[in-house]
Design a protein around this ligand. Structure first.
Ligand code: ADP
Ligand code: MG
Length: 613
């Protein structure tokens, strides 16, 4: 007699539920995704007690007829995959046909649904996955699924639920993300009768941001979009002054599916370059559209992870697009933001320094700076030849200008030309020994001399750090460190590696290392601290981790290495400081994120004196 028997559906569904239905938020996610797949334009979600006593999702989608509604609860029953091949070109959020039977297996579930032909619908009730009642009801087009007493028959799972607040937090998070992914759908979310989120469904992503994060952030988001032959990306980026302490507010959607993707998240952060403070992260929405055959979504039961077949290209493209969008902006702060009618002068600064990436400009007027910016990421010629960005007639025109482009195209490109996003400024005086007062035709500017100097030093050190051949300097007095015999052995073994990085180290006695020269990028006065960190990294990991050192540099760059507040500057020194600041990549904020420059427009000043209304 064989011992193996095929599990009955009930147990199979409960096992599947273990994977698909991890917590109340997973139910919310699956139900909303079904509503989206059904073409709904309005989705209302009601939650009670963190979702453990009730989850109800009502939509106005295509609904189900009597035959389908029962089938929907069979395992692996789906209307979304017709042929095996479809699995490799998934266009819907669902496709596994697992959610409904899994949810039903661990709850008391009621579904009301109608395709909306005759005002009639079906109501089906299931307990622990078994149908206990089915009846015809009056119902308009759409579906409502109510899930009560989740995990009532799987006490082990119930025990693992966190506080109601935690569960509600997960639910809210999902609903927020889905509403960001679908600004064309109106969502409402209530918990114990209290409204938590309402979006209008007017297709404006900025309005969804407003509903979730408030209007002030919504107004301070920068929109972007870009296309390559393989990808289309678009979305919103928060200005660098609007950040959070974690990466949770970076939302990434691929063909309308919310995903978690470490490398893409990092690509967005990298696109901000030095605009962000250390340990601060932006609020962003990134929508990626690509041919479904270029991704594998069938990696994870909850479909939160996907694999891209052209991942490296995508990462580069996203980083570049983010950088380009931010690089166009001027982040000079205005003193008062009481009224919405922005002074026209702010615009004119932007216009002067705007990079217009219109086709016309791409072809004819790319400045050396713009070319450098583009070729940091791409082969310039390939980029310009991208078919999506160039029409047939453009092509002909390009033939003529091609030679010109080739001549001036930088071949090796390592660092950017200064951005010169600050206009020319004439220093007038110093205020409180701390702020430089400057002017130009557009108004008055206050510059924090200390913050400005910090920014200049930081970028200089960063440039030196990133140089391939690390320049070094001799120390007048060598620095010594003591180590254990095995550490000494390892350090001597790595002598050449240290040398490549500008560190000349010698054995001095039995347990002491003597350092005679150090890399130029190490901030003045911080030599010992940095060397100690760096040597420890080599001992621990075998390599120098420059990312960590960069963070360290921001943290330790302080008054010690920069011009202090309350320090007298001559007019020439002020001029030099402003010129150096104009030559930085980000002249708007110091490495810690504090503003460097504030602009009082002529308009605002004249308004204060009632010369204009
Ligand atoms: P999947 O979404 O992977 O197809 P589900 O178990 O989530 O699997 O749903 C099974 C089927 O039930 C779907 O394929 C769809 O045909 C139908 N269905 C589920 N929810 C809805 C809804 N809100 N509106 C219309 N049809 C639905
Ligand atoms: Mg589904």
């Amino acid at each position: 007699m064989g011992k193996i028997r095929v599990l009955d559906d009930q147990i199979a569904n409960q096992i599947a539920a273990g994977e698909v239905v991890e917590r109340p938020a997973s139910v919310v996610k699956e139900l909303i995704e079904n509503s989206i797949d059904a073409g709904s334009t309005k989705i209302d979600i009601h939650i009670e007690e963190g979702g453990l006593s009730l989850i109800q999702v009502r939509d106005n989608g295509e609904g189900m007829d009597e035959e389908d509604v029962e089938k929907a609860f069979f395992r692996h029953a789906t209307s979304k995959l017709k042929r095996g091949n479809d699995l490799f070109r998934i266009k819907t959020l669902g496709f596994r046909g697992e959610a409904l039977p899994s949810i039903a297996a661990v709850s008391r579930l009621t579904v009301k649904t109608s395709p909306g032909h005759d005002g009639k619908g079906i109501e089906l009730q299931l307990h622990g996955g078994s149908i206990i009642n089915k009846q015809e009801i009056a119902y308009t087009k759409g579906t409502e699924i109510t899930v009560r007493d989740l995990f009532y028959n799987t006490p082990a799972r119930l025990k693992y639920m966190k506080s109601l607040q935690t569960e509600l937090g997960h639910i809210t998070d999902f609903v927020n993300r889905l509403s960001l992914a679908y600004p064309m759908i109106s969502f409402t979310l209530t918990h114990n009768g209290r409204l938590i989120l309402r979006t209008t469904g007017d297709s404006e992503l900025r309005h969804v941001i407003g509903a979730i994060y408030g209007t002030s952030l919504a107004k301070n988001m920068i929109s972007f979009s870009n296309e390559s032959p393989d990808f289309k990306v678009s979305g919103l980026l928060s200005k660098p002054e609007f950040t959070r302490a974690n990466k949770n507010h970076i939302s990434i959607f691929v063909n309308g599916r919310y995903i978690k993707h470490y490398a893409l998240t990092q690509a967005i952060i990298d696109g901000y370059k030095t605009l962000l403070m250390v340990h601060r992260y932006p609020i962003t929405v990134l929508n990626i559209e690509l041919d479904p055959s270029l991704i594998d979504v069938n990696v994870h039961p909850a479909k939160l992870e996907v694999r891209f077949s052209k991942e490296q290209e995508l990462l580069k493209f996203v980083e570049f697009t983010v950088y380009q969008a931010l690089y166009k902006e001027s982040f000079i702060r205005e003193p008062l933001k009481t009224k919405q009618d922005k002074p026209t002068i702010q615009k004119s600064i932007q216009e002067n320094f705007d990079f217009s990436y219109s086709k016309q400009k791409q072809r004819e007027n790319l400045t050396v700076n713009e070319k450098k910016l583009i070729s940091t990421f791409f082969n310039l010629e390939d980029y310009l030849a991208t078919p999506n960005q160039m029409s047939m007639e453009d092509e002909a025109h390009r033939e003529q200008t091609n030679n010109k482009n080739e001549q001036s195209q930088p071949k090796e490109d390592t660092s950017l030309e200064p951005s010169n996003r600050l206009p020319l400024l004439e220093p007038l005086a110093q205020f409180m020994g701390t702020y430089i007062i400057a002017q130009n035709d557009d108004g008055l500017f206050l510059i924090d001399q200390h913050a400005a100097h910090e920014r200049i030093n930081y970028e200089k050190n960063l440039r030196l750090m990133n140089e391939e051949k690390k320049a070094s300097q001799e120390l007048l007095v060598p620095i010594t460190f003591d180590f254990t015999p095995s550490e000494i052995e390892e350090l001597i073994r790595q002598k050449d590696y240290f040398n490549e990085h500008g560190i000349n180290l010698e054995l001095f006695g039995k347990k002491t290392i003597l350092i005679r020269s150090i890399p130029l990028w190490i901030p003045k006065g911080q030599e010992k601290i940095f060397l100690e960190k760096l040597i420890q990294m080599v001992l621990d990991k075998g390599v120098i981790d420059f990312y960590v050192l960069r963070q360290e540099m921001v943290a330790t760059l302080s008054c010690k290495t920069s011009i202090k507040a309350n320090q007298y500057l001559t007019k020439t020194e002020m001029e030099q400081l402003i010129e150096q600041l104009r030559n930085t990549e980000n002249p708007f904020s110091c490495p810690h994120g504090r503003p460097i420059i504030i602009h009082f427009s002529n308009y605002e000043i004249e308004k204060m004196f009632k010369r204009v209304i």
